[in-house]
Design a protein around this ligand. Structure first.
Ligand code: FRU
Length: 576
């Protein structure tokens, strides 16, 4: 045995020596690194809530830290944050006004040893007096975006006590998706939005995922009182995957029901949207449910009181990557324009939809899988309940390329759209047009008369100098092969042979109506929203427009086009 060991050492001497040398080197390096890199430690600090907001410094892209606020022994707020331990990019404001006078424990897991970020816990009476707010380089000027942090889906859209309420999937502490909270903004005119503080914060049921809201006019839930109906919101707790209820009687503060109204049905289920069904005098919920083998479906449920729900039917959508009827369902009835007939529309997040009938329990699709919007990155749209003029108004999440530079916010909503059901050459179709209210943003007007446009024509729009724009254009392509409207560097090109529109690589059908194209284009800093064929085509295309380009041009090639009308309006910002 000893001999064999000796032999081993002898024949492997050099390997052993170099091994020891290498290991020593490794441990010296590791030790060196350890001593250089500051250790990370758990951190806790107690402070007395004295002002309205706790100020949290954010550095976009910094390592994520987990923060908890313990109040009266309860973990009341918990979230992750790209905490700026040095110079922040921006400040997030967490409302602590309800705990004034109380001791709050701030826990951070982890923080750099010796970090002074919370040595003095910063509090503020206002949520910032940043004079650049809403003027940021990438901030859409007539699209809702959160004051700070990230947004995705619109939620709980409802009209209540003279205000439109727009809740939204919000990360109040970062410009990436996460910490899903219901943000809350209100507007009197669908254009000018004021944030009134986050409505629903993550709790033991999980982050607050998407859902809808209704006004319980008849107080079926007992949550309101005579003459003071409750606003009732539904959301998914994204840990329990149960559907939950929260309500408000003042449109500002919310209470959560202590237990879910609907336990998880199957796998992924989320995004409850509730409506009142007058003929059967009951509430109807549509809920996205993923069935086995990736089958998307919409579950229909009914309730007399918003609290007890009965499953009544379900409709299948696509499977897996086929996003037909996948997440964020919407369900509403519309009159067919020019008739007294009504039909029901069922849509999913990608806005593909079915048209059919509904008897209070079963939705029978008659036309399926029609294309909704045909642009880029418009998703998870919802419509307002209780719209005072009886219109069906939709707002979608319009993904924007706003996570740039030191921006303190990211993503936006689309402009509000009015939906109609119309009998067109193609059959029954849902149309989308900008809401009338948008006309209120018009400032300067440029009008141009009729003209012919062809090879060598001068640019009729050469006099325009514009940033935020609404453009209305009507033309007959005639013999022209292409008609191109260049909007501040973004070409909108109509191919006459294919009857198609192409914008920044996105192509969609734009059939002629009585030989004409009619376009409405809204241009904000974050891209174009294009309407053609009187709402048959809605094509939002997200692209950051260069601020220095303030020109428009119109041209036709391959023949002559007849322009019958052009109006260009410079628009005002909704923010200032
Ligand atoms: C759609 C969605 C919803 C979900 C929410 C979470 O964009 O995935 O299904 O509730 O976002 O933020």
């Amino acid at each position: 045995m000893v001999n064999r060991l000796l032999h081993f050492f002898k024949s492997n001497f050099m390997k052993i020596v170099s091994g020891i040398f290498f290991l020593t080197l490794l441990s010296i390096t590791a030790w060196g690194q350890q001593s250089n890199a500051p250790a990370e430690v758990n951190y806790s600090n107690y402070f007395t809530a004295e002002k309205n907001f706790l100020v949290l410094p954010v550095k976009n892209g910094a390592p994520k830290r987990n923060i908890e606020l313990w109040v009266d022994g309860v973990n009341t707020r918990f979230f992750d944050i790209e905490l700026a331990e040095d110079t922040p990019d921006w400040l997030a404001y967490l409302d602590i006004s309800q705990w004034k006078g109380k001791q709050v424990e701030l826990r951070v897991d982890k923080i750099k040893q010796g970090s002074r970020v919370f040595n003095a816990v910063a509090q503020s009476d206002t949520d910032g007096d940043d004079s650049n707010l809403y003027k940021e380089k990438f901030r859409g000027q007539f699209h809702f975006s959160p004051k700070r942090g990230w947004t995705n889906d619109p939620n709980g859209m409802v009209y209540y006590n003279g205000e439109y309420h727009l809740f939204f999937q919000h990360n109040p502490y970062g410009r990436g998706w996460g910490n899903m909270t219901w943000g809350h903004a209100v507007s009197k005119d669908l254009l000018h939005w004021e944030e009134v503080g986050d409505a629903l914060h993550p709790d033991q049921s999980g982050p607050m995922f998407s859902g809808g809201a209704v006004i319980d006019e008849k107080n079926t839930s007992g949550l309101g009182s005579p003459g003071k109906p409750a606003m009732v919101a539904f959301y998914t707790g994204a840990r329990s995957w149960a559907q939950c209820l929260a309500w408000s009687t003042d449109g500002r503060t919310f209470q959560k029901l202590d237990k879910p109204v609907l336990p998880r049905i199957n796998k992924d289920n989320r995004d409850p949207k509730v409506i009142w069904h007058e003929p059967s005098k009951q509430w109807v919920m549509v809920l996205y449910v993923e069935r086995d083998k990736g089958q998307h479906s919409i579950q229909f449920l009914t309730s007399p009181n918003l609290k007890n729900w009965t499953k009544v039917s379900s409709v299948n959508g696509g499977i897996g990557g086929d996003g037909y009827l996948f997440e964020c369902p919407e369900f509403f009835e519309l009159k067919i324009e020019g008739s007294n007939e009504k039909k029901w529309i069922l849509t999913g997040a990608n806005s593909e939809y079915a048209i059919g009938t509904f008897d209070g329990k079963v939705f029978k699709p008659e036309i399926e899988k029609l294309k909704g919007q045909q642009g880029r990155d418009f998703y998870a749209a919802q419509t307002f309940s209780n719209e005072p003029k009886g219109r069906r108004i939709e707002i979608g999440w319009w993904r924007t390329n706003t996570d740039r530079e030191g921006m303190n916010f990211n993503q936006s909503m689309s402009i509000p759209l009015e939906l109609k059901l119309e009998s067109r050459a193609q059959g029954l179709r849902l149309t989308r047009m900008p809401v009338k209210e948008l006309e209120g943003l018009r400032d300067k007007t440029y009008s141009f008369g009729k003209m012919k446009l062809g090879k060598g024509s001068a640019n009729p729009l050469a006099s325009v100098d514009i940033e935020l724009a609404e453009i209305r254009l009507e033309f007959a392509p005639g013999t022209a092969k292409d008609v191109a409207l260049n909007v501040r560097g973004v070409p909108v090109v109509y191919n006459a042979e294919k009857q198609q529109l192409t914008i920044d690589g996105v192509t969609a059908p734009a059939p002629l109506i009585k030989g004409k194209q009619r376009w409405i284009i809204y241009a904000d800093r974050t891209g174009l929203e294009v309407f053609a064929g009187d709402g048959l085509l809605f094509m939002p295309v997200n692209i950051n427009i260069k601020p220095e380009n303030r020109t428009l041009s119109l041209s036709a090639s391959g023949g002559t086009a007849a322009i019958s009308d052009i109006k260009v309006y410079a628009l005002k910002s909704i923010w200032h």
